[in-house]
Each structure stands twice: as C-alpha cells, then as structure tokens.
Ligand binder design. Sequence first.
Ligand code: UDX
Length: 433
Amino acid sequence: MKLSVIGTGYLGATHAAAMAEIGHDVVGIDVDPAKVASLNAGVVPFHEPGLPELLTAMLGTGRLRFTTDLAQAADCEVHFLCVGTPQRKGELAADLTYVDAAVTGLLPHLAVGSLVAGKSTVPVGTAARLAALVEARGADLAWNPEFLREGKAVADTLHPDRIVLGVTSERAEKVLRDVYAPMVAEGSPVVVTDLPTAELVKVSANSFLATKISFINAISEVCEVVGADVTMVAEAIGHDVRIGHAFLGAGLGFGGGCLPKDIRAFMARAGELGADQALTFLKEVDAINVRRRARTVDLAREMCGGSLAGMRVGVLGAAFKPDSDDIRDSPALDVALGVQQAGAAVRVYDPHAMANARTAFPTLAYADSAVEACRDADVVLHLTEWREFREMDPAALGEVVRQRNVVDARNALDRERWTAEGWTHRALGRRSI
Ligand code: UDX
C-alpha cells in the first residue's frame, strides 16, 4: 500500500521505516528540510538503537523516501499523523498547533476515499473535530495511537503488544487491518473502538504507567523515614502477578516527552470537560515525581556535610532515560541545575545526550567522559542508568574523585561492589549499608 507519514520525529521516523519494512511504499513528510535531508541520507537525527540500520536498509529498497512537500502524499491511501503535541508554555494543556497545521496542510491533497490515521497523543475530542474537516473532503479519519518507548522504538513498532483502531466505519477498519496485516498475523491483538475511546486508551496507559512509578516512589519516601528498603518492597509486591515488576523501579522518577506532559494535558482536558475530580490523583502523581528530584539534591547536600557551596559534583546522565538522547523534562538535568543553584560546581557527562544538553542548558559545565565529569568531585550523582555507568569500575573512579561519595538515584549500581571499594553509597528509598 502507498502510505504517508507526516512528522518524522521519534515516532514518525520509526513508523515510516517500520511500515516500509513490512512491505509498504512510504513517503515521510516533515516541515524541517534539515531533518528530511538527514533521513534521506540514512542519518537518524536522534539516538535510537537499531533505527539507523533499518532506515538505511529501507532507503535501499526504494520503498522509503522523505520530503518536505505535502503534495507528494496525494496518491497515498493512508496518511499517518505523527507530529508532536508538546505541553503549552506556562499551561498544563497540550499544544495542538502541529496537529492542526498538518491536517490543514494535508486537506488540499487528500484523495476522495483515502484515510487519515492519527497516531499523535491528543486530548480526547480532538479526533472528532478533525474528522469533520477530513470528511468534508470525502476522506475518512481514524485514531490509531502509538505505544512505542524511546530506546526500544523499532521493536515496539514492529511487534506491538496491541493495535488500537479507533474508527467510524468498517472501511477504515479494513484499511488499517490491511496496513498492519503482518503484525496481526504474528499475533498482535487488535482492539477496535470509536474515536474518543482510542484517544483515551493512550492517555490512560501513560497515566497508569506514571501512577505506578509514583506509587513506588511514594513508598520510597516512607522507606526513607522508617529505614526500610524500597527495592525489596518492589521485588516482593511485584511477584504478585496482579501487580507485576514492570514500572516499579523506584528512583528519580519519570521524565521525557510523554509521561509528564500527557498526565498534565489529561488533567487539563478533564477540567475542560467538567470531569476534573476524576483525575485529581494525577496531580499527586506529578508532585511525588517532582519531589524525587529535590530529594536527590538534598542527598547530595547531606553527603557534602550540609552545604553544596563550593563543592564539586560529578553528574552521570543527562538523558531522561538510558538508550535515548532525549532530554525533554529530564530528571537528571533538573537535578544538575538544582545542585548548581545550591552553589556547587557541576560537570555533566552522558554517552549520547551531550549535544542536546549543551544546547538546552549552556550554563551547565560538561565533560567528555564519566571520569572527567567526576574528577575531583566531592559527590558523584548517578542520574540516568546507562549501561556504561552501571558497569563502571568503582575502584578506578575512586582514584579520580576528591571524596568517595555516590548518590545512586536510579537504584541501578551494584551497591555492595561500590561500598567494598570504599564509597559511601546513598540511594533513594534505601538506607546505607
Ligand atoms: C512512554 C511509554 O512507556 C510509551 O508506551 C509511550 O508510547 C510513550 O511514553 P517513554 O517516554 O519512551 O515511553 O519512556 P518509558 O520507558 O516509559 O520511561 C518513562 C520514564 O519513566 C523514564 O524517565 C524512566 O526513567 C522512568 N521510569 C520507568 C522509572 O522511573 N521507573 C520505572 O520503573 C520505569
């Protein structure tokens, strides 16, 4: 089938390459000429494991190309909307500028009988509004949310654990079933819904995940007061299959381009709909999450004898999570700024997010390696659990620091090993050994 993918960020670039991989003829469209040129040259403009290889292979087949020209979507049967819906500045609500611009731009090129399938995360009710515009051109609109995780985007897109089709006609359902036929044949379950239900599935899933993380981080706060160990609580409760171990990783909490802004936009939308009471708990989820950042700064301060003024702090991690260079709402950078504000000299290192971090936070100091970030440090903060950091040799790092103090804000370092090498190890939700 001939498909267009509008918006080629983390979601769209991966979706376009994955659609080509399962045999479709795909044109990826973006307003940014630099991004388009880069993708056409086989260079992914962000860090996503496996995507460069898939992109290069698909460009080689001739089934995938990128352009800035929306007119080139005119002969496509399906148009996937993959543009961003960031948080509006100074507000909780989502900014729909890019979604609206994509649809408005597409309308003159829409063939009668074609299908527009929204993948972006939008406030419930958006699809119905867009459907009216699309239907006026004799085309159809569906909502088909995407659940990919950064760092695992290729696998998540090629082997989705569910395919949600929010449709208003049997024809739209059939077209999308044809698009995803290889995944359906492989066993991915298909859930067919109406438009608002499909929109709600996405924000409900992300709200649940955020709630699970904040739940264990709330328990973490109590553990800190009573001297209990949150990692053991998580392990023990996770054995209950009704609870499960996933997303019970206590620590610095969630960041990124999705969970924080999605729960905020969901609350804002519920308020507009008069259902704000239903989601007041999400305000607490957000507050618990943000408190972990302040707690990490406090731990650093405690380890430096009560004041960070004049101290040197080595910061390991800038990305919001490992295997991504995304620094949107990154807990790691928030903590780095907090520690700097408290008077410390901070040096940050991240294996893949340095360029993004430097651009967004030019006032922070950066180092070219973990060792350089930690040289002469009074305390080392482990804030993003990259494999490189988890596998670091605490004995070697101990040689370059001023004091062997480490805060493991992701509960991911081998505490026994670090302690054996003479480090004072502090973590969130765990007492020291
Ligand atoms: C999320 C959803 O998982 C995905 O389904 C949706 O499509 C987009 O939003 P993503 O933002 O890529 O994906 O990252 P995710 O792996 O969910 O992690 C989000 C944040 O939660 C990260 O900052 C991570 O460090 C944190 N996290 C995750 C925890 O603090 N503890 C955990 O146990 C798991």
